[in-house]
Ligand binder design. Sequence first.
Ligand SMILES: Cc1cc2nc3c(=O)[nH]c(=O)nc-3n(C[C@H](O)[C@H](O)[C@H](O)COP(=O)(O)OP(=O)(O)OC[C@H]3O[C@@H](n4cnc5c(N)ncnc54)[C@H](O)[C@@H]3O)c2cc1C
Length: 440
Amino acid sequence: MSYDLLVIGGGIAGATLAGVMAREGAKVLVAERTSTFSDRVRGEALIPWGVEEARRLGIYQHLADTCGTTVRWWSTPQNRRDLFATTPSGNGFLDFYHPTMQQSLLDFAAASGADVQRPVDVIQVVPGEIPSALIRSGGVERTVFARLIVAADGRASRMRTIGGFALQRDPPCTVIAGVLHRNLAIADDAVEVFLNPGQQELAIFFPLGANRFRSYFARRHDRRVRLSGAADVYAFVQCCVASGAPAEWFDAAEVIGPLASYDGADSWVPHPYCNGIGLIGDAAAASDPTYGCGLALSLRDVRVLRDHLLADDDWRRAADAYAEEHDRYYSDIHEVHDCGVRCSSTSVRRPIRHANAPCPRPARIRAASRISLASARTRLTTRPSGADSSAKISAVRSSGGHAVQRPGEVRRLGALVRIRVRWTRSRWHRPAPDDVFLPV
Ligand SMILES: Cc1cc2nc3c(=O)[nH]c(=O)nc-3n(C[C@H](O)[C@H](O)[C@H](O)COP(=O)(O)OP(=O)(O)OC[C@H]3O[C@@H](n4cnc5c(N)ncnc54)[C@H](O)[C@@H]3O)c2cc1C
């Protein structure tokens, strides 16, 4: 059996590529391992420049109609930023529940003419002039040939290893924990962000529509605490409160999905194309989820690869050109994200940074000039250090942890830490508008 394009994986990257290429008349097979999508605690907030990519791919309206919620405000305790008015594209975030988004994009691929097969497991790829893949479905194995095979099988990509690509990784940096809440007492049109710079911790809440919210808590990896499973839900809420989230937000909240933690450090493949096999999405480069650019980067990969494939009948040359361009834009994103870490190399602490938290000056300016940022206007202050309030969290956590939240106790702990949070806030800076919301 032969196709123009075999796409391995039906996530945002694979399903979108399959859809947009099938729409252009290519014969496409997309192979997805799972039979239904479930909550894996994955990206659900498409950052403004990613929304622009979705528009350029012609999938924005489909996402908005089937699963998306537009989010206009970026809200911190210090200010409320209107993303419609302050981002170059005039977009806010487009948020969605990840499993619904994946299903919606696979439906789009099928409706565009792609052959969507699931559940099938791709177990082997063979590079070459005409690359091939071995696909297993219901215990039966068959070989599929294609002009081009694209692996979009996620951050733990097996095809990347089988295809012989060398993976590079940043040193451990952050650990991010996430859970799905219903009935948080917050607005449904704002991302709520709390940075606790003294402890180098971040709590962030994304509205997903239908009264659901994805809540994240990120901290430095060397705290050696990974929140995971029902037993850690109580500690998760405590950590969010310790970062500044009002305890009363959680009074009526329910947890409606798994709690899971992930390492934040970037991993990537230089030049993600070789001899008939290309990589896109997380398989090509998984950026630190703390910065929330993974979905946008995946859509950028799809758009750039699509444009090269449509412009050049020689798909090997076209995929090579995609890989070259990928190296350029991913390294820009990486540098912007990484500038804080690199600048603090003289410090014992490695900072957590998010979206509009300014970076220390020298690397920020270097990174900014690489992506033609107009200015690096940031009021910088020295990072405060101080008593480790997470010791309190750890103490409560080690006393047992609870699957159900106890709002009264959360409130008391919140009162304790609020004093400290207020102190650190007073030494922190206002967010700057020139940041990762800019397109690269
Ligand atoms: C905790 C966390 C929070 C995040 N938050 C954000 C955020 O707020 N904003 C943002 O932009 N990004 C975020 N991201 C990143 C974002 O989730 C990813 O960048 C994005 O989902 C990558 O999509 P993908 O299609 O490359 O991979 P995936 O979504 O992982 O899809 C891969 C697909 O391939 C299938 N597959 C795997 N192996 C095979 C095989 N052998 N055969 C067939 N199918 C296979 C899988 O079943 C899966 O459906 C976050 C990531 C994490 C971990």
